[in-house]
Ligand binder design. Sequence first.
Ligand code: GLU
Length: 315
Amino acid sequence: MYVGRFAPSPTGPLHAGSLVAALASWLDARAHGGRWLVRIEDVDTPRCVPGADTLILQQLSACCLYPDEPPLWQSNRGGLYQQALDQLIAQDLAYSCSCSRKDIEATHTARGVLRVRGRELPYPGTCRPENNPTHRPDGRPARAWRFHTARAALRMPATAGACALENGIIKWHDRRLGAQQQNVESAVGDFILKRADGLWAYQLAVVVDDAAQSITHVVRGEDLADNTPRQILLQHALGVPTPAYLHTPLVLAKDGEKLSKQNGAEALDLTDPLRTLAQAAKHLNLRPPEDEDSLPDALARWVREWVEAGMGRLG
Ligand code: GLU
């Protein structure tokens, strides 16, 4: 049974870019005769804007994109994330880390590794248990938890469903982008599962919830595509299935950057929801609505088109 989801972070209202992801995930679920869920990803509380969750749900309703179950809020689900972290600790796949950002930079500088602007360097592994056998919590109260990507990759089977592991490289298939690959250890390093300030990291929360909600198909914006190998590695470590992935084309701002709440994307104009949805549909290479179309008519037409195009040939 197909189960899809739309998982917005309530850092502001939906904008033209997030509506594309919402519409694509809804259409894909409907085209498969599946269920469509909405999950509010509010773990990064400092970035959340009070009331944005309610606003997002209202915007989805105004567009007739109704979830098949009441939405979930990740902020209520810390117990589940803790269970997953405990499991990873028990498997020696998570370790505590007391490095500050400065410590990490100093290690890179000492090794002569230069930071490329706008790109975070992989964690140098300072607190990995094998690098630091006598390592004990050093009295600094706040400690983060990191995922041991090298060990996790060693334990991942060479072929696992639609994914494969070859020389530490995870190979996976995206329904639009085709064959993808990444060596998680060298590209991103041992990423954070729980932050030193106690907040849960997106990677852990998304994997736990996709599994807990039995999500079979993830449809989301292309900016998240390079998170997928991290999530696949975590899924294997936790023994949960890997969904199928489809990453949708991004809506770019005038400066060519991805349209985002951060670069001032305007909130959706929902005085005429059909017109606004038609723009999102156009971005997905779907035809404009007919003159007489109501909003539900147009949505039904796009579902048919999505099926005919082989579940979205997004160009
Ligand atoms: N909450 C994430 C975002 O709004 C999306 C996560 C996902 O779809 O996996 O960017």
